[in-house]
Ligand binder design. Structure first.
Ligand SMILES: Cc1cc2nc3c(=O)[nH]c(=O)nc-3n(C[C@H](O)[C@H](O)[C@H](O)COP(=O)(O)OP(=O)(O)OC[C@H]3O[C@@H](n4cnc5c(N)ncnc54)[C@H](O)[C@@H]3O)c2cc1C
Length: 422
């Protein structure tokens, strides 16, 4: 493990800082970024439709600036407008950008997961047509994978894809699709052969979200915002040229997307010790400032220890990236601990604030919605990109070497499974 930047990394960090300093405003340490949706979803925007449109417009402007400076997609090759950088440079960019007021969540699913999938599986003309506009933010992409009965067990997908001449007809429903309501394109996995094994009868496509028969219905969340959607496909006709990978090989293509998702969500930004510690210096409890209270101090000490443990676990991933290796299951540990700690920290802060915990007041730093957003978002973070239980299974099997779950459903044709029968 090495905690310090190499000279090349430090040079890159200075370059990034100077770009950010010149083009945007820095956050104070107590207003750390907390995402408001799935990894890859926009930050929480309060204030209704016009505020959301305004935020999207600002995000697009910021994305264009980043693209002009070459920082919009650090890992992508230069031919598509990327920086041609290394995974560690990507981490450095993210570490720095989260200290500034910018909206970039809208583009993370495209740039982090779907663009890389097109790079591996797409035709040359598609890469040239779609990838540069994904980088500049001119076109936004969403990930149409989950369905009402296919989430953790993604291969349970039931969306039908039926061949009709040179076209495919898609029918069915997706759900939890972040950003579908403002996306221009989406990538979708559908079942093209129900008589094949569960993982074998799937085919992967990309779709124009304006195609006739696609309807996105935003799902209102407890925070008052609506970042994700139910998406209905009713006789949606798409050409075979929009298929990625071979017919029936969609699972392989989906694995490329999921591998990239694992890297993208492994280190989510979250509320941490620093924010709650700062807040305890301002929140008044019955016997004075919270930080003077012995119970609160005990809690702070526990979280400090947990935060440092998490930080060193993250350093392991960063060290692996710095050496050109792929981080292992420690990414699952980071996400598991970060999400539940964020929920504990924000719920504790709201309790300490008592009735004022429900108030939003821009002028008061501790009431600036930080813990309220953190509280609502942490529940989603414990589900998106791998639920707590699924991450625990990964840690059990791949870190501790415990035996795998028995999976009889892998050996039967999909339409013979209870979940595959119509
Ligand atoms: C904020 C947010 C944004 C999202 N954005 C997108 C998106 O853009 N595109 C997209 O396609 N999807 C998206 N999702 C969906 C996400 O991928 C799924 O919610 C996730 O995979 C879990 O699936 P599920 O909701 O169907 O729950 P299920 O898989 O049905 O899980 C239900 C419960 O069962 C448990 N469970 C499941 N399997 C096991 C097991 N093997 N062992 C032990 N326990 C198990 C789970 O942990 C959970 O507690 C998003 C989700 C959230 C919360």
């Amino acid at each position: 493990m090495d905690f310090n930047d190499t000279s090349k990394e430090s040079e890159f960090r200075s370059k990034v800082r100077s770009f950010l300093d010149q083009n945007t405003e820095k956050r104070s340490s107590s207003s750390k970024k907390v995402q408001g949706g799935a990894p890859g979803a926009p930050e929480t925007v309060q204030g209704g439709k016009s505020a959301e449109e305004d935020a999207l417009q600002k995000a697009k402007e910021w994305q264009r600036k980043k693209a002009e400076a070459g920082f919009a997609a650090i890992l992508w090759p230069k031919e598509f407008g990327g920086y041609g950088g290394s995974p560690i440079e990507q981490v450095i960019y993210q570490q720095e950008e989260q200290n500034y007021f910018v909206h970039s969540g809208y583009f993370e699913i495209g740039i982090g997961m779907l663009g890389p999938t097109m790079m591996v599986w797409g035709k040359e003309e598609d890469k040239k047509r779609y990838l540069p506009k994904m980088i500049t933010g001119e076109e936004i992409w969403c990930q149409l994978f989950s369905e009402p009965s296919a989430g953790s067990d993604l291969a349970g997908i039931r969306m039908k894809a039926e061949k009709d001449g040179d076209d495919w007809i898609l029918n069915g429903q997706k759900v939890w699709t972040s950003g579908a309501h403002f996306s221009d394109y989406g990538m979708i996995v559908a079942r093209s052969d129900p008589s094949a094994l569960k993982h074998k009868g799937l085919t992967y496509f990309f779709v124009d979200m304006k195609t006739e028969g696609i309807e996105a219905k935003p799902i209102k969340q407890i925070s008052g915002t609506a970042n994700f959607n139910e998406v209905f496909f009713n006789n949606v006709r798409i050409p075979d040229s929009q298929r990625l990978g071979a017919e029936g090989e969609g699972w392989k293509v989906a694995l490329t997307t999921l591998m990239n998702e694992r890297l993208a969500v492994g280190d989510p930004p979250g509320l941490d010790f620093d924010q709650i510690f700062e807040a305890t210096k301002e929140i008044e409890v019955e016997d004075g400032l919270a930080i003077k209270n012995s119970e609160v101090r005990q809690k702070m000490a526990d979280w400090y220890v947990q935060s440092r443990g998490l930080q060193y676990t993250k350093y392991r991933s960063i060290t692996a990236l710095s050496k050109g290796q792929t981080p292992g299951p420690e990414l699952s540990i980071s996400k598991l601990v970060t999400a539940s700690k964020m929920q504990d920290v924000s719920s504790y802060a709201l309790d300490l604030m008592d009735m004022s915990g429900a108030i939003h007041n821009e002028k008061n730093p501790i009431l600036k919605n930080l813990f309220q957003n953190g509280y609502f978002f942490s529940a989603a973070m414990r589900i998106a990109g791998g639920t707590d239980e699924v991450l625990r299974n990964i840690i059990a099997e791949r870190v501790l070497g415990l035996p795998q779950d028995e999976r009889p459903d892998k050996k039967l044709p999909f339409n013979e499974l209870p979940s595959g029968k119509n």
